[in-house]
Every structure is written in C-alpha cells, then in structure tokens.
Design a protein around this ligand. Structure first.
Ligand code: ZN
Length: 185
C-alpha cells in the first residue's frame, strides 16, 4: 500500500533520520505501525545508520510521482556515495543490491565495518540548533556518521552522541533535551 506522506528530505539526511521523522510527523501510535507502513512488516531491528537495507521496500511504498526511488535514497540518504570511489563497479553493484535486500549483516561484513564502529548517533549541536531555527526540527546528517569523523566539518566543534540500543524497535532521535545536555562522542 502506498503511503500518503513522506517527510521532505534535508541535505545529506540519513534514511534512519527520515524514518524517525516519518514516525514523529505521522503521530504514529507505535513503531510497529510505522515499520509496517514503510517496510510492509512490523519487526524491524538494527536499522543501520550507514548502509540501511530494505530500501526497495520503502521506495515501492512511496508514490512514484514524488521521484524518491531506490537509487535516489541510496545516493542521498546513505553513506554509499562516500565509499563508492573505493569500490570497483562489481562490488558497488553488489552493495547496492544488498541495500535492497534484508541482509544487513552481510553488508557490514563485506565493508569491513562491523568491528570498527558502534551504532550510536552522532550529531553537532551547532548544526542541530541551526536546523531547529531553519526547519523547526533537527535531523541526523550522514557526514557526522562517517567513521573517524570526530568534529563537524562545518563548525569544527566536537560531535556529540546519543546512545542507541539496536535491539529495540524504537529509534532514538535528536531532541531539544539532547542539545541542552550533550554527550561528547
Ligand atoms: Zn555543525
């Protein structure tokens, strides 16, 4: 079933962030409901910030006239374009195919990312404040999630983090509370 609403995509916004805002904006009663609307099933866990999977499920539920295709989401809302220069064509196709499957663990293994990075959410307080001023809400930028990035490329300030419990269905998100009580990443 097509969804009647999808959030406006902000520059460099992660798919994780879009799904969180979808849940918030639609006033959904439960995460199971939101996942069911977006993915077609209720049990979604370990949603990757870097290389999310099941992108095909989301894109086929978005009305085609909005132009938000699998390719569009992979290019604009994942870390794929940042790693693409280091992949040969065959490997890049393989990763893209996996992002349109349910094999999340396989991507992390293939990319060698499993042991290098935790799953916490990284954000810049200054960016988040600007976003609140500009858009009335904040969002999670993919540039801040890149391994090894400790400071915001725009502001030069240390990134803060929000701890995530990936086994839970609920997605943690940047709130005004986090801006007042930042934890250095
Ligand atoms: Zn910043």
């Amino acid at each position: 079933m097509l969804i009647p609403y999808f959030p406006q995509i902000y520059p460099g916004e992660t798919l994780y962030s879009l799904i969180s805002r979808y849940h918030i904006h639609t006033g959904s009663l439960s995460w199971s409901n939101s996942y069911n609307e977006l993915f077609g099933y209720k049990e979604v866990k370990n949603l990757s910030m870097d290389f999310p999977t099941k992108i095909d499920e989301i894109s086929k539920r978005i009305p085609s006239r909005w132009g938000i295709t699998e390719v569009y989401l992979i290019r604009n809302c994942t870390l794929f374009p940042l790693y693409r220069p280091f992949m040969n064509d065959e490997f890049a196709e393989e990763i893209k195919d996996l992002m349109c499957s349910r094999k999340e663990g396989l991507i992390l293994n293939k990319m060698g990312l499993r042991l290098q990075r935790n799953s916490d959410i990284y954000y810049c307080v200054e960016c988040a404040k600007e976003d609140f001023f500009k858009y009335g809400e904040s969002y999670i930028s993919r540039l801040h999630q890149v391994q090894g990035v400790m400071v915001c490329p725009k502001h030069g300030t240390y990134l803060n983090k929000i701890q995530r419990i990936t086994e839970k269905q609920e997605l943690r998100y940047i709130t005004p509370y986090d801006l007042e009580n930042p934890v250095i990443g």
